[in-house]
Design a protein around this ligand. Structure first.
Ligand SMILES: [Zn+2]
Ligand SMILES: [Zn+2]
Length: 173
């Protein structure tokens, strides 16, 4: 089966969603994700502008040890900090100023691997664009449409032990 992304995903490969423009990002379009690679999925490998690919991750930890936004990363080489997901600004509802249903207070804590407890990860940003058609967004400049994703998920691969975790899956619409 050939991978045929929808028009939103193709736009996101051309105009990077604004919450990851602080990184170097590489769209994943290869067979690596063919199994279950839905046509509304858009994924990017993230690297710091300094070329380091291992990042530390911060957010609000809930009782199930899932990380809630706002989420931030810190490069272990150059110390650059980036807020990768703030639902009051990012995603479909954030762009429209609808706010979010996630609590935005609480202490920001360092995320740790559930397997080995180390805290350095390789990150993949995963967006979905499950919309009928671009017509829904006809008032919005084309280059900004990729900012209106309906879900965001962060996949983290532990640098130490290789364990892959979904840090969280966030509803943004
Ligand atoms: Zn860096
Ligand atoms: Zn680990």
């Amino acid at each position: 089966m050939t991978y045929q992304p929808n028009e939103f995903v193709m736009l996101s490969h051309r105009y990077t969603p604004r919450n990851i423009t602080g990184y170097q990002s590489k769209p994943i379009t290869i067979a690596k994700y063919t199994a279950g690679f839905e046509r509304f999925d858009s994924k990017f490998e993230l690297t710091c502008q300094c070329n380091a690919s291992a990042l530390a991750l911060y957010g609000i930890l809930n009782d199930d040890l899932e990380l809630l936004p706002p989420l931030a990363t810190k490069c272990i080489c150059c110390n650059k900090k980036i807020t990768i997901l703030d639902l009051s600004k990012h995603g479909h509802d954030g762009e429209y100023g609808h706010g979010s249903s996630y609590p935005s207070d609480g202490d920001k804590l360092l995320y740790r691997c559930k397997n080995c407890t180390k805290s350095i990860f390789y990150l993949v940003a995963h967006y979905t664009y499950q919309f009928e058609s671009l017509k829904e967004f006809e008032d919005i400049e084309q280059s900004k449409i990729p900012n209106y994703f309906d879900t965001f998920e962060l996949e983290a691969t532990c640098k130490q032990c290789g364990q892959v975790t979904c840090v969280g899956d966030y509803e943004c619409a």
